[in-house]
Design a binder for this molecule. Structure first.
Ligand code: 5GP
Length: 188
């Protein structure tokens, strides 16, 4: 999407070799109008597929996922990042390695927010190594629900996330796909 690419060029900050900071409009301060436009575009892209719920991973995926769910007319569910295993039987959990923080967490979903008749769209802000999205896929599959696809705001196409998801039969839609960082700028 041109709108998102332009914003990344104007306000995105490249850190080191492979991190893009988008704190001014996605990750810290949130541009609500932009989030609505991105959510509407996601809904347009995935409409007509019988999606019953939009899932996202806390916390940066929540804003675009909220608008996606609103435009699809379905509920949104936030997958929680918990530090330790929850021994209750009422949750599904799977371990995920965090990309930006050097830790792992238990991606957690209460069993009463998913059923085997759900067809789920996963929304997140970034796709890097695909660990977060693959964790969401594992949780959904544990519950025997099906996956419509993964919608990502910003894909770093030089990292293996897309390949990892597509090799599991998951469709990926990215609104901005970064081919490389050159001289501190994103190249699409
Ligand atoms: P993955 O699990 O695909 O390796 O990484 C995706 C997660 O890591 C995203 O949910 C996002 O929070 C974070 N992430 C990965 N790369 C970046 C990046 O370049 N910038 C920011 N701000 N977050 C990133």
């Amino acid at each position: 999407m041109k709108l998102l690419e332009e914003r990344i060029l104007q306000e995105g900050i490249v850190l080191g070799q492979d991190i893009l900071k988008v704190d001014g409009f996605i990750n810290h301060q949130v541009d609500i109008e932009l989030m609505e436009a991105l959510g509407q575009d996601m809904a347009e892209h995935f409409k007509g597929q019988g999606i019953t719920k939009v899932f996202t991973i806390e916390s940066s995926g929540i804003a675009p996922a909220l608008f996606t769910a609103r435009y699809l007319g379905v509920p949104m569910v936030i997958l929680k990042k918990q530090i330790s295993k929850n021994l209750q039987t009422e949750v599904w959990q799977t371990e995920v390695a965090s990309y930006t923080k050097d830790v792992s967490y238990e991606l957690t979903l209460a069993k009463n927010y998913i059923s085997d008749t759900d067809h789920i769209l996963i929304i997140d802000d970034f796709l890097a190594n695909g660990e977060a999205a693959t964790g969401a896929v594992r949780l959904i599959r544990k519950a025997h629900a099906t996956i419509a696809g993964v919608g990502i705001l910003i894909e770093k196409a030089f990292q293996p996330g897309r390949t990892k998801l597509e090799s599991q039969g998951i469709t990926v839609y990215a609104q901005a796909s970064i081919r490389a960082f050159e001289d501190g700028r994103a190249v699409f």
